[in-house]
Ligand binder design. Sequence first.
Ligand code: IMP
Ligand code: MG
Length: 174
Amino acid sequence: MAEKISVLLSEEEVDKKIRELAGQITGDYAGKMPHLICILKGGVFFMTELSKHIEIPVTIDFMSVSSYGDGTESSGRVRIVKDLDESIEGRDVLIVEDIIDSGRTLSYLMEMLKNRKPASLKLCTLLDKPERRVTQVTVDYVGFRIPDEFVVGYGLDYKQMYRNLPYIGAVVQE
Ligand code: IMP
Ligand code: MG
């Protein structure tokens, strides 16, 4: 089935928001060196842009997880496909994610990472769909709260496609 993509958030809106978030993070972490953890693959476009506008030193690492599910639903059973390269003990960790939907993936991940004893652990997401929340998760930085629509672009995929769109679009089935 073909699908159409309609622009929900333009490239300019996304860029502006990312600069705002980077400014907040720069202020909040003054005197510290946040360790940014990107959740692959969706978080990668957001994390690179965000980190470029943070005006204090940062370090970065990557983690890849798979949430068993039917493709558009996560189940909460999270498997680590690629773990972090470095220890996070004593570090100021900021998880960078593309979108929080049910919250299952992130609530599981946050618990797991807490056990590794970081000095602090916060969460930054480009998009949040609060209506869809099933599991409570504290989000410290949110780019945009969006309605319950399936979105693509800026790292987000539909069947692995559309990650490279420079804007956020909603998928419309034809
Ligand atoms: P959660 O565990 O339900 O919060 O799932 C979060 C993950 O599901 C995100 O990191 C995305 O990979 C994926 N996801 C949730 N909503 C969307 C969407 O609208 N478009 C693309 N991927 C999504
Ligand atoms: Mg994701």
